[in-house]
Design a protein around this ligand. Structure first.
Ligand code: BGC
Length: 247
């Protein structure tokens, strides 16, 4: 049986796996290759094509690919955490040409959110759901009654005079060697600002650090329920594959 391939381009690794879209899980173990440096679109495309070859004829149809940037009509208008060669680049068409397969390019947090809404913490949740991914940066995905409002960039919201992801991402916590308790103070300011502006019904917290959610979520004092993501680091790949299969 052939599955839809999902690929997640991150700051440190490019990961891919065929997704079982009935179950919302990997059909085969994922392959991770370190992100090339510099992480130009050309260098990343080479790694992606290794991943495509690795899974051979076990995948078919369009490939879903996530990038840590907004994607507007196949173009990444700006890029915060990969090579600047991506900024203003028609990345979706370029990848489709390089891979000889149709490609659906989308923002990484939007992809993770799509998977959480279908299979994880957002299942059957109406109203405004805000998925946040805490990683090198902060990604956000907004859903209203299950429908994605794409390309929200609320990780770059200004909080206390700073770009929020430079104070509340888990990359910041690691770089500064902060305890979870200290980091939670920045998270508190960030989520309180989001809830003041958007009055959501639910926050979902994803990203690798979400497996340690019991160390920081209980320290937050918010009106909005806040829950950990359930698909963990599978969400981006599964969501990319879902988006590709739906096109
Ligand atoms: C980017 C977003 C991305 C997030 C997580 C931010 O710096 O601007 O597009 O979703 O990082 O990777």
């Amino acid at each position: 049986m052939a599955y839809t391939l999902g690929i997640d381009i991150g700051g440190s690794g490019i990961k891919g796996a065929p997704a079982d879209l009935d179950k919302g899980e990997f059909a085969l173990p994922r392959l991770r290759i370190p992100t090339p440096q510099p992480s130009t679109p050309q260098a990343c495309a080479q790694v992606i094509s290794e991943i495509v070859d690795h899974f051979g004829d076990q995948t078919e149809g369009p490939i879903g690919v996530t990038v840590p940037a907004p994607v507007i009509h196949g173009v990444t208008p700006s890029m915060a955490n990969l090579d600047q060669g991506w900024a203003g680049f028609a990345a979706q068409d370029f990848l489709a040409e390089q891979l000889h397969r149709p490609v659906r390019l989308l923002n990484d947090a939007d992809a993770a959110g799509i998977a959480e809404m279908r299979f994880g913490a957002g299942r059957d949740r109406d109203g405004l759901v805000i998925m946040t991914t805490l990683g090198t940066g902060i990604g956000t995905a907004l859903f209203y009654n299950g429908v994605l409002i794409p390309n929200s960039e609320l990780g770059h919201m200004e909080v206390n005079g700073h770009d929020a992801e430079t104070r509340a991402s888990s990359g910041y916590r690691e770089r500064e060697g902060l305890s979870y308790k200290k980091w939670a103070k920045s998270l508190q300011r960030y989520y309180a600002a989001l809830e003041r502006l958007l009055c959501p019904d639910l926050f979902i917290v994803g990203g690798g650090v979400s497996k340690k959610h019991d160390r920081f979520l209980p320290l937050l004092d918010l009106h909005t329920p806040i829950v950990p993501a359930q698909l963990r680091n599978e969400a981006g790949i599964i969501g990319a594959a879902l988006a590709a299969a739906q096109d």
